[in-house]
Design a protein around this ligand. Structure first.
Ligand SMILES: *Cc1c(COP(=O)(O)O)cnc(C)c1O
Length: 488
């Protein structure tokens, strides 16, 4: 019997793991969740003696149990190579200022999205074979910056796929934009959307939910799938590094602090906890767009507020899609109603009796000044340089530690290389307010390299002479016609 996934909005809509990965989103617009959480087949002691790929297999086999051992190992061995990652453990853990920074940015696009998006194309094309699918898979992705490039890098020239990425035209950093618009590959398509991330994400969701359109393109030989973290093929590989990190520490308990946007990364930590990792607190760190902090404080989710562009753009999100999976744990069959309220009114609240399911989480947020101070503090005390997203988590953790006196060993998810947001990092370290977006990005990178003692990553230096290959711009209601154009 294999593990069954079902929609958060209708438990009768079921799928195996490979079918859920192919579909991305359930047909009713809900998200696939496992009907039960499996248990690890190995002890933590045994896992602590394994390398990253072995731990990956032990975790992923539980959630993706309709893949054969051979299929899963093929996916893992092709994704986690020293060609795609600059470290043989894929991740690096740095002990600094009383916390463990789990660097998840050693993949090709220097953000943690590579951890999952390097394997998703293999999981997806294997799933297509298993399910006898003949159509070409079209990956539709809305990105707040980092997913786009990681998905493009993962899917470029993968046979049987096309990939279309939509990013908020003025809502990503210069390096993020350059990374996307210089992407090579016959099957890659990149568009700037006149709007913010939520506009792009809603536009993409509307295309997924448009039954008629999906039938039309199916006749032409295409099916849509998603590389966003709503796809369980994204979530499952992210559970791995929480298990891996814990088995390197083997402490009695552990806290995880996660800089959060779409709630995918921290949800993976929550699943790791349900697998048996002895987690004390899951600390959900937000920037000024603190919808999640307010939600954990009050039980009210309210997206009716100004969208704030921050220096941690990958967390500038007012609708955290993956929260729906946690809401399902709290609200069960009331999930659909709550999500409808979110869509219609932009607000919902959960009953006090439902709050139990959220009790493992602590919300926190950091404003720009606090985020800058966290970068400077780590640099001044340890000479260690972190990016703006990780710094939000670092600031939230410092405040949490001061308020609670909690001394549990704590892992902070370090989600991007500081070189991806070099200008903001330099300003924080130097106490300046230079508009680095106006400067040559290579000069910024070289200055940061001097300051940090880390050489400029290839992911940045290779942009220097890269040709701009994508110049498309569309309106938020023009997303469907862009997709139609690819699926001709
Ligand atoms: C995507 C991203 C986040 C947010 O992760 P979610 O899974 O969307 O919560 C945080 N930091 C960086 C650098 C990211 O790219």
């Amino acid at each position: 019997m294999s593990l069954i996934y079902h929609s958060t909005r209708d438990t009768s809509l079921t799928a195996t793991a490979s079918a859920a990965i192919l579909k991305g989103l359930a047909p009713d617009g809900g998200l696939y969740v496992p009907s039960s959480i499996p248990k690890l087949k190995k002890t933590f002691k045994q896992l602590s003696e394994m390398d990253y790929k072995q731990v990956a297999y032990e975790v992923m086999r539980l959630f993706l149990d309709d893949y054969t051992e051979e299929e899963l190992k093929y996916c893992i061995n092709n994704a986690y190579t020293t060609e795609k990652f600059d470290h043989e453990d894929m991740t690096v853990m740095v002990n600094a200022d009383g916390a463990y920074y789990l660097e998840l940015y050693h993949g090709r696009t220097i953000a943690f999205k590579d951890m999952a998006l390097s394997i998703l194309p293999y999981l997806l094309t294997t799933a297509a074979k298993k399910n006898n699918m003949k159509e070409k898979i079209v990956i539709l992705t809305a990105t707040s910056g980092d997913t786009g490039k990681a998905a493009l890098a993962g899917f470029a020239d993968v046979p049987g796929t096309e990939i279309i990425v939509f990013f908020p035209k003025d809502g990503v950093s210069k390096v993020q934009r350059l990374q996307m618009v210089t992407q090579k590959g016959e099957n890659t398509h990149v568009f700037g959307v006149n709007g913010n991330f939520d506009d792009a994400q809603n536009g993409v969701k509307a295309v997924f939910n448009d039954k008629e359109f999906n039938e039309e393109i199916k006749k032409k030989g295409y099916v849509l799938s998603s590389a966003n973290s709503i796809n369980i093929g994204r979530l499952v590989p992210q559970i791995v590094y929480y298990v891996y990190a814990y088995t390197r520490l083997m402490s009695e308990t552990v806290n995880f602090v996660v800089p959060t946007g779409n709630f995918g990364n921290i949800l993976a930590a929550h699943y790791a906890k349900q697998l048996g990792v002895p987690v004390n607190r899951l600390i959900c760190a937000s920037n000024d767009n603190k919808v999640l902090y307010d939600f954990f404080e009050t039980g009210v989710y309210n997206r009716n507020r100004d969208f704030i562009l921050t220096e941690s753009p990958s967390m500038d999100i007012l609708i955290s899609s993956n929260l729906e999976r946690l809401i399902y744990e709290a609200a069960g069959d009331k999930t659909e109603k709550l999500m409808q309220e979110l869509k219609d009114k932009g607000i919902y609240s959960i009953a006090p009796s439902m709050k139990e399911a959220l009790s493992g989480f602590t919300g926190g947020f950091a404003c720009a000044d606090e985020m800058h101070a966290a970068i400077k503090r780590l640099y001044d005390t340890e000479g260690y340089v972190i990016d703006t997203h990780t710094a939000v988590a670092s600031a939230v953790y410092n405040a949490y530690r001061e308020q609670t006196g909690d001394t549990t060993p704590t892992v902070i998810a370090s989600t991007a290389s500081p070189f991806k947001f070099g200008g903001s990092v330099l300003n924080a370290i130097n106490g300046t307010k230079v508009d680095y977006e106006k400067c040559d990005f290579m000069e910024v990178a070289e200055e940061l390299s001097k300051v940090s003692g880390v050489s400029v990553p290839k992911a940045v230096s290779e942009l220097k002479n890269a040709e701009i290959l994508h110049t498309g711009v569309c309106e938020k209601d023009g997303i469907k016609s862009v997709v139609a154009d690819v699926c001709k």
